[in-house]
Design a protein around this ligand. Structure first.
Ligand code: Z5A
Length: 212
């Protein structure tokens, strides 16, 4: 219905390798949009606060072992359990800045060798982002930033494979931003892109679904 579309929020997703700056930039975008008077929330996946999120968190911390397919489906389930809340927030006019989404799910699992189409399948029907911001950084450069932590996947060799999978997933609608630039320069570019997207959604751009 046109009236609710006119005031809907935008679904904005930040993607990129570990240490590419997603968390820093999503905080800055949150403050920026709040400052302009928009209703906005910052979300992240995995959402470690749900039961499924707890299983994911334990896996990432190397406290449990799971088959690659199983953990893939848990990451997906973690998005599905937030889908209806996501839709109602967007329809009521709240913009969501989301740190990692389905593309992380597909990139990380296919980097382990799982079939990419199999990885996409459980993501079908999730809400499609209005804007994907890819923070582009060579894995070697990202590794220089503060060093990796001790979580699973935080290794250069694996991040190189993830980077290749992100390249396969990219489509022309993604906005690729050079994440090697100083934080303020990245922020400036992101702000412009986000403002355009928020404006388009307020003007009636309709919500769509992933991978369809
Ligand atoms: N995963 C998955 O397998 N399947 C899925 O479906 C999903 C995720 C959703 C958890 O991610 C892991 O789960 C992740 C993918 C996998 N594994 N890995 N790798 P997470 O969200 O908990 O962790 P992360 O995304 O990797 O977050 P991060 O380490 O916090 O990175 P970040 O958010 O991109 O970067 P940051 O915290 O903003 O910045 C990192 C450092 O760089 C920090 O010291 C900054 O001050 C510095 N920085 C940032 N920007 C700059 C610039 N421009 N210049 C210089 N220094 C900078």
């Amino acid at each position: 219905n046109r009236q609710s579309n006119e005031s809907r929020g935008a679904l904005i997703v930040l993607e990129g390798l570990d240490r590419s700056g997603k968390t820093s930039q999503s905080n800055r975008l949150l403050s920026f949009l709040e400052g302009l008077g928009f209703s906005v929330e910052a979300w992240r996946f995995p959402d470690r606060n749900t039961c499924v999120g707890g299983m994911i968190s334990s896996y990432l911390a190397n406290k449990s072992e799971l088959d690659d397919h199983t953990i893939h489906l848990l990451f997906s389930a973690n998005r599905w359990e937030k889908r209806s809340l996501m839709e109602s927030k967007l329809k009521s006019g709240t913009t969501l800045i989301v740190d990692r989404y389905s593309y992380s799910g597909v990139a990380f699992s296919s980097a382990k060798g799982l079939d990419i189409e199999w990885c996409k399948a459980p993501e079908i029907g999730l809400l499609a982002p209005d804007l994907v911001l890819y923070l582009d950084i060579p894995p070697e450069k990202a590794a220089e930033r503060g060093g990796y932590g001790s979580e699973r996947y935080e290794q250069l060799e694996f991040q190189q494979k993830v980077s290749q999978q992100y390249h396969i997933l990219r489509d022309p609608t993604w906005q690729i931003v050079d994440a090697r630039l100083p934080m303020e320069d990245v922020e400036k570019q992101l702000k412009e892109l986000v403002l355009d997207s928020v404006t388009a959604c307020r003007k009636g751009k309709s919500l769509s679904q992933l991978w369809l």
